[in-house]
Design a protein around this ligand. Structure first.
Ligand code: ADP
Ligand code: ADP
Length: 217
């Protein structure tokens, strides 16, 4: 099963991907997590991406497409859920081309729709594990022990690009460059629009309903 999760920053892509992975055993490929790992490792790729990420702009397509193609190649049985990629129509077209050359395609696109006015609260309250990428919220989805990751006991961080001014830029970038990807997939694939303003558990139930039907088909 090859799935893409689309949605604005804060829509809940990372949160829902972790749940999908636990239930269906797919590989979670998050372009943001991979970029942050590259930055922590101090690689050339990480250095190139830094200024774009800090300002809330997109890292150039060529860098991202190469990075994600190599991650996808390593996916066992080509089963994966993509989180944060593709983020431009060009990235989506490149992804299709590369999958098609192996006789594969994206089976399912989940589009998490969130109102702009909810985004700031979600992002400024987000706390992330720098090690495993798990995400929490200081009010909405708290860890068991404040400030500590349930999964590995590591101290949670507030990502610098989750500050209010950068979030505003990221939202503008989303509307301009990533929203058109939804239409791209509507022309080519199966897209399910989901109301991501709801509670995380309600959103998961909607997703599982759709994916269960797909698995049985
Ligand atoms: P969020 O969790 O809010 O959706 P991500 O962690 O996916 O954010 O992305 C953080 C930053 O990494 C983005 O603001 C952008 O600079 C960069 N980035 C991630 N994925 C991509 C992509 N597919 N194309 C270009 N830039 C990307
Ligand atoms: P994205 O990957 O789309 O940027 P995340 O999954 O990281 O979004 O979620 C952003 C923030 O909002 C996190 O702090 C997360 O705990 C919280 N969150 C995710 N889904 C919901 C939801 N349905 N309702 C309330 N808060 C949520």
């Amino acid at each position: 099963m090859r799935i893409v999760l689309l949605g604005a920053p804060g829509a809940g892509k990372g949160t829902q991907c972790k749940r999908i992975v636990t239930k269906y055993g797919l590989l979670h490929l998050s372009s943001g997590d991979i970029l942050r790992q590259e930055r922590t490792a101090g690689s050339e790729l990480g250095k190139k991406a830094q200024s774009y990420m800090d300002s809330g702009a997109l890292v150039p397509d060529q860098i991202i497409v190469e990075m994600m193609s190599s991650a996808i190649c390593k996916a066992p049985k080509s089963s994966f859920v993509l989180d944060g990629f593709p983020r431009t129509v060009n990235q989506a077209a490149e992804l299709d081309k590369s999958l098609m050359s192996d006789g594969q395609k994206i089976d399912f696109v989940l589009n998490l729709k969130i109102e702009d006015k909810l985004v700031a609260q979600r992002m400024t309250g987000r706390r992330s594990c720098p090690q495993c990428g798990s995400v929490y919220h200081i009010e909405n989805l708290k860890p068991k022990v404040e400030g500590i990751c349930d999964n590995d006991g590591i101290k949670l961080v507030h990502r610098p690009d989750d500050s209010l001014d950068v979030v505003e830029n990221r939202l503008k970038t989303y509307h301009k460059q990533t929203e058109p990807v939804v239409d791209y997939y509507k022309n080519n694939n199966v897209v399910y629009d989901l109301d991501a303003n709801k509670d995380a558990d309600d959103v998961s139930s909607l997703i599982f309903e759709k994916l269960d039907a797909l698995v049985k088909a």
